[in-house]
Write a new protein. Structure first.
Length: 441
């Protein structure tokens, strides 16, 4: 239990610091690019993310799971990750270059050379994201914490230089992402070799087949999850201006800052539930309650002070994003509470349930956008995301209850241990911020 609290605290502190830097980056992008440029940047990023997820076949998730569950060694995980990254990139880049030539209104939101440059993000993102996940799979949470800070810090510095000093605009911002992720992926690889004893092993067709089998089963969930979070930007790119896309992107970035709380719990839970035959449903249920309590408080404060936050961090042209953020807060609360059940469903060999939940969320998202976008414009996207989160979260929680045998009352009955866990994490964080002096000890 103590190691779990330590891992949560370290990871949470790192993600908090990382999100502060990311928000600073979002502020810098807003000031340097303006609403139109920020919208172009968002569309290019979504373009790269879609290609990465579509072409990786969810083998990134499979590799992380196999290492965490000790079915792969770290060396096997790294080698097969590199192979799948190469295969995925070899498919994604030509496809992307072809798509850029199509007469789609989506592609009119940024210059073609910006979309082409965004393709460099694909291999860098695959390698960095899987390598960082592998750090948690081998319980190197402190190292993971460090890299969660260095990536956004590097990206912020590069944005200020490339987009600010050199005036490269959207292209500079996209190049900053690719360079920051590639450099840190290389650093993690060096860390694996020097500190974790990783060696280059011979790849196995059997291991690749196992990754592919798991990835295909989780593929619908991965695709649907991407669509659920990005379909708003994709559809908006067909029907609204770059300025409106920029507003929605800023509101979504604020929600991402809150989502780091359940993401932290998911990272810490994965190696623990994957290595246990029961999946530790009690621990997962406690994580649901803790995530709901903490995120509920944070989202309430964010909804109350959204206008002030946007006014301080962003130019006047972005101030309408505060209203979008308030709408997104409702759906984000249920998403944060339900998201921590996904490691349990994967560990109990039910990745299809996670896939189904996200697929339903996508369907609700798309339907809501189709019905509301003509009348409400960019506001419809925030409403659609909220409704989709409500639908997908309900399915996740019901799936967890059925697989674990829990009832609703047992899941939501807060216990003293829940608040004790929160106090422990807070004391650890406060101790780091205010270390006791020798004279006080």
């Amino acid at each position: 239990m103590a190691s779990g609290m330590r891992d949560v605290t370290v990871t949470f502190a790192a993600r908090t610091a990382g999100m502060v830097i990311i928000i600073a980056s979002q502020s810098a992008l807003a000031w340097l690019l303006g609403p139109a440029g920020r919208g172009s940047y968002a569309v290019c990023m979504v373009f790269a993310m879609i290609l990465r997820v579509v072409c990786s076949l969810s083998c990134d998730v499979a590799c992380s799971y196999f290492v965490a569950s000790r079915k792969f060694t770290l060396s096997e995980g790294v080698v097969h990750t590199v192979i799948f990254a190469a295969i995925s990139s070899a498919a994604a880049i030509p496809i992307g270059l072809y798509v850029i030539t199509l007469p789609l209104s989506f592609l009119a939101k940024a210059p073609s050379h910006s979309f082409a440059l965004a393709l460099a993000i694909v291999p860098a993102a695959i390698l960095f994201e899987v390598f960082s996940q592998l750090l948690t799979g081998v319980s190197r949470f402190t190292a993971y914490a460090v890299f969660q800070i260095t990536v956004p810090a590097a990206q912020l510095g590069l944005v200020l230089v490339l987009s600010g000093l050199l005036g490269w605009g959207v292209d500079g911002a996209l190049l900053s992402v690719a360079l920051a992720m590639a450099a840190n992926a290389l650093l993690i690889l060096i860390y694996f070799q020097t500190r974790c004893g990783m060696t280059w092993v011979r790849p196995s067709l059997h291991a690749l087949a196992r990754m592919l089998s798991f990835g295909v089963r989780y593929y619908v969930s991965k695709l649907s999850n991407l669509a659920n979070t990005q379909i708003g930007v994709v559809i908006l790119a067909f029907f609204v201006s770059r300025e409106d896309i920029g507003l929605f992107a800023i509101a979504s970035a604020l929600m991402a800052a809150v989502e780091m709380i359940p993401d932290t719990l998911v990272l810490v839970l994965m190696p623990r539930v994957a290595g246990d035959s029961t999946g530790r449903p009690e621990l997962v249920a406690q994580s649901v309650r803790v995530a709901a309590a903490v995120c509920g408080a944070v989202l309430l404060a964010l909804a109350a002070f959204a206008g002030l936050i946007v006014w301080i961090l962003f130019p006047a042209d972005f101030h309408p994003a505060a209203a979008l953020a308030r709408i997104l807060c409702v759906g984000m609360l249920v998403r944060c509470a339900s998201k921590v059940t996904v490691p349990y469903l994967i560990a109990r060999d039910h990745p299809g349930l996670a896939s189904f939940s996200v697929a339903m969320g996508v369907a609700v998202n798309f339907l809501a956008l189709w019905l509301l976008l003509p009348a409400l414009g960019v506001t419809a996207s925030a409403l659609a995301v909220t409704l989709s989160h409500l639908a997908s979260s309900a399915i996740l929680l019901i799936s967890f209850l059925r697989v674990s045998g829990f009832g609703w009352a047992k899941l939501w009955r807060y216990r003293r241990a829940d608040f004790q866990s929160l106090r422990t994490i807070w004391r650890r964080l406060w101790t780091w911020r205010n270390p006791v002096s020798p004279s006080e000890a």
